[in-house]
Design a protein around this ligand. Sequence first.
Ligand SMILES: *Cc1c(COP(=O)(O)O)cnc(C)c1O
Length: 816
Amino acid sequence: MNSPEINHTVEVLKDDIQRHVALTLGSDPFPPRQMHYYLGLCYSVRDRLVSKWLETQRSYYDSIAKRVYYMSLEFLPGRFLMNYIQALGIEDECREAVRDFGLDLDELLEEEWNPGLGNGGLGRLASCYMDSMATCRIPAYGYGILYDYGIFYQTIVNGYQHECADNWLRQDSPWVLRRVNFMYRIHFYGRSEVYQDSAGLERFRWVDTDSVMAMACDIMVPGYLNGNVTNMRLWKAISTRDFELEVFNRGDYIGAVQAKAESENISKVLYPNDQSARGKELRLRQQYFFVAATFQDILRRFRKNNYSSFDCFPDQVAVQLNDTHPAISIAELMRLLVDDEALDWERAWGICQRTFSYTNHTVLPEALETWSVDLVGNVLPRHMQIIFEINRRFLDEVDRRHPGRTDLLRALSLIAEGDRKQVRMAHLAIVGSHKVNGVAQLHSNILKNRLFRDFDEFYPGRFINVTNGITPRRWILQANPALSELITSVIGDEWIMDLDRLDALAPHAEDPDFRQRWQEVRRRNKKLLARYVLRKLGVGLNPATLFDMHVKRIHEYKRQLLNVLHVITLYNRIRTEAGGHHTPRTVFFGGKAAPGYFQAKLIIKLINSVAAVVNADPAVGSDLRVVFLPNYCVSQAEKLIPAADLSEQISTAGMEASGTGNMKFSLNGALTIGTLDGANIEIREAVGEENFFLFGLTEEEVVGMRVDGYDPRQYFERSLELKKALDMIATGAFSPEAPDLFRPIVDSLLNQGDYYMVLADYESYVHAQEEVSRAYEDQERWTRMSILNTAHMGRFSSDRAIMEYARNIWQVTPLA
Ligand SMILES: *Cc1c(COP(=O)(O)O)cnc(C)c1O
């Protein structure tokens, strides 16, 4: 497996590390300093991947294989160093090499900053898919933006979220290779001009534009032990030179420098909004910047192979749109084919549809992207014209097939009429693609039967499902080495590449000896986490308690509030039944709120306020602890998830498209308490309903209750415990210094309709939690359930998901 040209022995590795410390970093190797040796190790590992990377890229050309372009405005890769070490199979050697210098590999790994180039699930999915494409040898490229500032770094000050700038490139990253020779010019603004070509045909061109350059910055993505290294190409905005000169010549030096700096703002910062789309001009410019650079790169590669015509473009190129963020691609490819390549419209449109496919990630109305026609017309005038033309032809076809249906025309139009006309990006993505997929079975059904029902009837077969997956390499092999080793010791290690093989664990659930080893590993993980929390937060936790975890973005639909109401209920029970038995719990929360999302930020404050009261109450003892872990990110998830007993997946049914956090927990042997939402449904089917704590309304019931008129007060009046919990929040029991502080939360539940149906699900949730506590009291039973969860998670490997994309959407096969 290891490349022959570089020797991986410990001695060679040590020499390499010291050589890099001295020659690359220019620092004295003695005495060994942790940060320098961390970087020395990074460069030594990088050297071992680069030649494989070049080989892999060459093999794509040699095989003239169809390539997949995974376009995503977000990636959340997590730390790279261990991922690279494991992909090369040199962990033992690296451990020994740094140990010989008196250093500890696990401590060195902590030196790496998390690249937070994504908000949450969507970005993490893109990174899991990159890992699987590299491991499954799908000829693929990831494309995105190299933001200078990723998702903000979250701290908690006096219980409130504070956002700090995440300047992750401050110390330069050894993983980002800048390609100063790959620069493309990207245009904005200007106008669309009509002219007559040499054949006398009316054509359009985009003129009088401003421009900025896009520079390619590459990050390697290795497959697991297969020598395959794919590329993630992220674009960075660089000001154009002539733009500078022009202003310089006018003598305005400071103005010129300022303008240069401003033009580079395009790739400056990731928008920190998860599940919300706000029509900000800079965001539109980011999207187009990314799309235009990527398509110049795709076309350059396509032309290199000297194809006779663009008709074979879709046989060479599959483009996956990760949500609508890159959907302007459809107008851009039309512009390139029609304006630059002089193809006629129908031909170009056929090429487009065969090239693109679109993954929908949400049905929440506030997250469906729209752009005002005025804004698009200003920033991208030619694209606006093209979108109108796509729409005109599309609506003509609708009218031909369904004459007189103006309601249908209005519903399907790419343009939403109103005082301010808006472009509906999802509609553009649907008409411009040959396949549209949802990310879990329930979500795909909602797309087909409700949100995009008319489109599904118009384009039969276009809508399909590909349930999300997670990569087992990061989410168990790397995150949970002890459990991985235990699994391998009984079923061998093929599960790492073929997760369905975990099935072979199931019979071992009946083996008391194996159960004990399983329990020991899980206890050790909990101890490790308790030590981490003590170090980071100064809070002592008891690893013997039930570790109950709710970590994900803070959003009303994810219902952290429902969990808080349960915590308060437990608290009240412990206080009123002093001396009674309560299954001791530690409840973990973690997650970022969008900086402009008032209600979500108030929920963070509420969690911390409840934690302060509960943790300080001597009557509670160790029966209940609540912790909010600041700055939830991939590295923190890797520490938390292996130590979880219970995974909270409690979104309002129909609102979580899939979830992937749910998969990570279950794979690591946590049991789930969850609603019938997203992939929870499929997880429950896979692990068995007896190994899953179900509660709550179904999606159909949620829809039905909205239609019939939902009255949250009725639930409030009916449950004394619920009433008491809400009264405590409302009257300042957790905020004595400001009794009205949480009024907006109580109002949203009682007086503003409780849109997320927290109160409707409260009672059923509390019952399910009682089931959880009972099950936990029987550790043998719990351990059996835990083993069966892991054993039946094979289907949720991102390898399975990627092979479905390859077969059903991209029509690509793995390279030999
Ligand atoms: C997996 C993951 C998510 C997505 O979690 P959900 O529970 O599916 O919302 C978000 N953030 C990080 C850092 C993750 O690793």
